[in-house]
Design a protein around this ligand. Structure first.
Ligand SMILES: NC(=O)c1ccc[n+]([C@@H]2O[C@H](COP(=O)([O-])OP(=O)(O)OC[C@H]3O[C@@H](n4cnc5c(N)ncnc54)[C@H](OP(=O)(O)O)[C@@H]3O)[C@@H](O)[C@H]2O)c1
Length: 281
């Protein structure tokens, strides 16, 4: 990974932090995106100390804010003229309904529209750096997901995990597959993955009740963030994955995504509405 520039969202904690650390260990220039400056700076110091790689920095952005994503991309482009690997890792889980400043349900906004907008705004730089890779951290929760075009916010019938989180993770796989089709012939690949069930704080930060209690108990039996980062690291950096695109990975192996995730019409329809919701149309 020497001479490669990698951007990892949510690189200050959990799976993203361990992915950033591993890619820094391989010699990459690593930029982590964190929504919190203190956490971002602490993660940078931690990664530098444990990898002896000084080419690690952070940029601040709340992926629930489209304005901040535009600013992040503008800042990134002033500092870097290439991007070899983009890891869309940041994700959040909320048990209660709320909307972002853009009027979008938080999980659809942060988990899907944020990476959709970020990726599209960075595509010119990524294409110019080809061969390059886009890695989207989805989840096996996508298997139960359904894109509710009548109410993408699930405002009328909100369930944080079964409906909204699963929808956002299905959107990750659909986005990846449509992106891979659109990038054919450019030398840029796009793949998605399930990291495993990983002992991070994702479902403790912003959730209440049964979800919070259940995660807290279950966490004791989950794989570690280091183990959970293995598939992201593999898809982002392994020679085995060179040229492989439009695939879904689990335990560092290709796996068949759900029938819905493989539906090209669904992916095209989601792309179109995502363009409208992010002002890219
Ligand atoms: N843990 C699992 O079992 C599991 C399973 C399947 C898929 N995943 C996926 O794996 C990815 C990483 O999750 P994780 O388990 O490592 O969780 P985590 O430890 O909570 O890390 C998530 C990262 O995303 C960041 N983030 C959250 N909301 C953000 C926002 N609005 N703007 C910018 N950054 C934001 C977090 O920042 P803060 O530190 O500020 O919160 C953190 O850096 C997610 O996409 C998740 O859906 C996780």
């Amino acid at each position: 990974m020497q001479n490669k520039v990698v951007l990892i969202t949510g690189g200050n904690a959990g799976i993203g932090l361990e992915t950033a650390r591993a890619l820094a260990k391989k010699g990459a220039t690593v930029v982590i995106v964190s929504r919190d400056a203190t956490k971002g700076q602490q993660a940078v110091e931690d990664i530098k100390q444990t990898t002896n790689n000084d080419k690690v920095s952070f940029m601040q952005c709340d992926l629930g804010s489209q304005k901040q994503i535009h600013q992040l991309v503008a800042d990134f482009k002033t500092k870097h003229d290439r991007l070899d690997v983009l890891v869309n890792n940041a994700g959040a889980f909320f048990s209660a309904y709320a909307e972002t400043e853009d009027g979008i349900e938080r999980q659809f906004a942060i988990n899907h529209l944020g990476p959709f907008l970020l990726t599209n705004l960075l595509l010119d730089t990524i294409k110019a750096s080809a061969p390059a890779r886009i890695v989207n951290v989805a989840s096996r929760a996508h298997y139960r997901g359904f894109i509710n075009f009548n109410d993408l916010n699930y405002k009328k019938n909100y369930d944080g995990f079964i409906l909204a989180y699963s929808q956002s993770k299905l959107a990750n796989v659909l986005f990846t597959n449509e992106l891979a089709r659109r990038l054919e012939g450019t030398g840029v690949t796009a793949n998605s993955l399930h990291p495993g069930v990983v002992a991070t704080d994702i479902a403790l930060k912003e959730s209440k009740g049964i979800y919070r209690l259940g995660w807290w108990i279950w966490k004791h039996f989950m794989i570690t963030p280091e183990e959970g980062a293995a598939t992201s690291i593999y898809v982002a950096s392994s020679k085995d994955v060179e040229g492989v695109t439009g695939k879904y990975f689990d335990k560092s192996k290709e796996k068949k995504a759900s029938a819905k995730a493989l539906d090209k019409n669904l992916a095209a329809r989601l792309w179109e509405i995502s363009e409208k919701l992010t002002g890219l149309a």
